[in-house]
Design a protein around this ligand. Sequence first.
Ligand code: ADP
Length: 343
Amino acid sequence: MARGVTIDHVTFGYGGAPVLEDISLEVERGQFFAFLGPSGSGKTTLLRLIAGFGTPTAGRILIGDRDVTRLPPWSRNVGLVFQSYALWPHMSVRKNVAFGLERRKLSRAEIERKVADALALVGLSAFADRRPAQLSGGQQQRVALARTIVIEPAVLLLDEPLSNLDARLRVEMRVELRQLQRKLGITAIYVTHDQEDANAIADSIAVLDQGRIQQIGSPIELYDRPANRFVATFLGTANLIEGTIEPGGRFVAGGLALPTVGNEPGRACISIRPQDISVGPNEDGISARIAEREFLGNITRYHTRAGTQSIVVDVPHRRGMKAHDVGETIGLIITPSQVSVLR
Ligand code: ADP
């Protein structure tokens, strides 16, 4: 696969305090990649280093095969889109989009053609003569996108671009953004703290916490095979159970036993998703008492106690289905293949 962006053992800090520690990752050309993590995990700092705002204290950054570590932002051929659209309020949409081209040596006709193409791509051809204040938030964000793609960057860097939009528009824009990226075949990196945004939009995600990469993988890999507790709980709900893997692979924890979970004996923490547990009659599986029940429409969520363990179980709901009651004892059936052993 052709290289889009390579981060090679990058370390960075503001005045001594480390913010990014030994980050390495590879974004393939044409891939939609996401940096996902809680606020303060270093996502924006990493994106800014790729854009050229700041230089790593150690390590290298490559765009394609070119080492850009020490190049200024304007020599890197990247396009940056922010949460605040940063449009010029006194200029028309057309002028805003043309701005980046006018500083390059292009003919007037060429600029007009490129601006018209970019506005058509984001569906704003009819709004070219408006001012930003005369547009909705979603339209302003599209202008910001058009202004960035018109300069034909090798990499599109998106810093929480949808977080100023309301929930419904955000979901619509997410789909549009993905379609636009595919159409252009451009490499894109998207920074977000929202796991749903990252899952919906990205081919591959790097999960960050406290300036370190916790795991890199496709959304499904991260969800189904989390490497550690942070990833298991940050991407959705997980039952984490501390216990011991016995020689032979059996996992035991406070009166609960599961067959052949792992092959390395010793202390271990396992993770299992609420919907990966099936519910049977009391005599089947692990005996658990229902402590709480939440009906959430598509699922019923049971908070249960099995021995000393609290276990959350989600049961898909269909019309006419009868729910179990609080206080009832049920059997939890856990299949070893649905269990992840965490580091
Ligand atoms: P994220 O994008 O994941 O929310 P940031 O990359 O913005 O995280 O910040 C990572 C860490 O770096 C935070 O602890 C933040 O306080 C610190 N930081 C960010 N910008 C600066 C700055 N200009 N000067 C000093 N510290 C900063």
